[in-house]
Design a protein around this ligand. Structure first.
Ligand code: ZN
Length: 258
């Protein structure tokens, strides 16, 4: 978990950003490069970017990501990069690149392989299924269900409020990375709130729910929290992730290494 904050970057957190096996990432937030630098992962080692939706806190790091590879870590443009995303995302990201660095990213952008199918697999055997979630419709929101065969599967919610399409996938998975973008008092159903997490945790009591995209500061990071730095009390299958958390899949299940 390279970043675990919502769009407002609560103290102690970068934007929500997850990495799988040190070579695939989910979304490309404005803090993506900072997160990868902090984790000591060369950007050229990233093989795949899965895009959930096109809100700025999920994709505005893409021009910087390509810029760094083009001029620093992959100058010969030899390292393959695949972007898995819904139809239309390619055009949106190209627009971002042109706004950010006109005429600097054409060559490397042309080397990207775009995969728009909703179900597919990578050479490592990891498969994905992209499914609709409940969020702002204008940003084409999806979650992903990843499956590593005998090693198990997990869901990433992207940004979503409570919805059956997400919960159906979570109930079939061995673990879920789930957003909790809003405090209880905000009048919106486009994100999960603590009470939504509580309800789901009771339904999915054997499935670890790893909370990301949170509105809660890292506890104790700043004496004047953005909103709060106190985690709600949730069932024991809920874990409020912080930046740097590693989730390791062992034969007995998921292990959290902080
Ligand atoms: Zn969003």
């Amino acid at each position: 978990m390279l970043g675990t904050g919502n769009a407002f970057m609560p103290y102690g957190r970068y934007h929500s950003f997850a990495m799988i096996d040190c070579k695939h990432v989910i979304d490309c937030p404005p803090t993506a490069m900072a997160s990868l630098r902090r984790a000591g992962v060369p950007l050229s080692e990233i093989e795949t970017i899965f895009i959930t939706h096109i809100h700025g806190d999920h994709v505005f790091g893409f021009p910087f990501f390509l810029l760094e590879r083009r001029y620093i870590s992959d100058r010969e443009m030899q390292k393959p990069l695949t972007v898995v995303a819904a139809e239309g995302v390619k055009e949106h990201l190209w627009h971002l690149c042109e706004l950010a660095y006109p005429e600097s990213l054409e060559e490397i952008f042309a080397t990207v392989e775009w995969r728009t199918e909703s179900e597919g697999s990578l050479s490592s055997g990891l498969t994905w299924k992209r499914f609709r979630v409940h969020h702002d419709e204008s940003v084409d929101p999806y979650g992903y269900h990843f499956n590593a065969g005998q090693f198990g599967s997990f869901v990433h919610s992207g940004d979503s409020g409570p919805c059956d399409s997400l919960y159906d996938e979570i109930l079939l998975a061995d673990m879920a990375i789930l957003e909790m973008g809003l405090p209880e008092w905000v009048d919106s159903d486009h994100h999960h709130k603590p009470s939504d997490i509580q309800s789901l945790a009771q339904r999915a009591e054997h499935i670890p729910l790893i909370i990301t995209h949170t509105f809660i500061d890292q506890p104790g990071f700043n004496p004047n929290p953005t909103v709060t730095d106190v985690y709600p009390v949730h069932p024991k299958n809920v874990h409020h992730a912080e930046d740097g958390l590693r989730l390791i899949l062992e034969p007995d299940g998921w292990i959290l290494e902080i």
